[in-house]
Design a protein around this ligand. Sequence first.
Ligand SMILES: [Zn+2]
Length: 286
Amino acid sequence: MESAVIRGYLHVQADLFDNEIRFGRNSKSVSAGESLISFIYFDFSPLVNRLHYTIDDFANAHPYFKACSPQWQMAFVEHIEKNDDNKYMPSLKDIIKLQENYKNLLHRFFAFQGTYDDSRIREKLSEDEWIRTQACFARMSVETGDILHMSLDYLVSSLDECLMVEFIEVLRRKIHFKACKNCGKLFIPHRTNTDYCSRVFTPDGKTCAEVGYTQTFARNLQNDELLHAYTRAYKAHYARMTKPRKRVANMTRDEFEAWYEEAKQKLELAREGLLPADEFTAWLKK
Ligand SMILES: [Zn+2]
């Protein structure tokens, strides 16, 4: 007997006035784009070739899975376990392919250092073949019943449509994804000057932000020390030229200028980490 077709219908509500989005009516809202980002980095590899699944296995992949009806969830899990061809249900392979496509797309748009760039997105969008093959047949209506949460209500019927709605909402709202300077993954910066995401990065639980700022701080501190040593040496050498003394080697103007040129170059190299700091300070003391 052929099983009844169970479509994965879901109300996706995109707020009309702020960047919140809800997956399922009356569900908790999240920032538009957050779910898309967690989807593109979700690790599906432990789910490949398993005999049994529960819907919780997919809970962190995208809120869509948990927000759909219990009937759909049961049918989806059964379908994934049997790996049958049901054209209304995505296979694990389909989901992974979808993930790859969105990951590539979003990285082409956003994985660069810099501020939000409209023209770059237009250009990348015009080059993209895949996004033009995507379609969404969602019924859309305006929900104005709740004065605090007025939204566009999309009734989507699949994960594909759900992702597409979110993607379009991200584009329309000009939400800026940034690439983390530490791990390279995209994130939504909550402050404009943030360069690092808040994902846990080290085995002992340090986040990219903690790793990044510690490194920047240490680098700045070292650069301050290098500059300080350079300034001290500059004054000492300058004095050798202008106030000749008996005990130290005096310098002519030419000698001083040659030293000054070399010192400047060495300072730059040391600040870039191309010359070891201790070698630089030892040279300054000569
Ligand atoms: Zn990161």
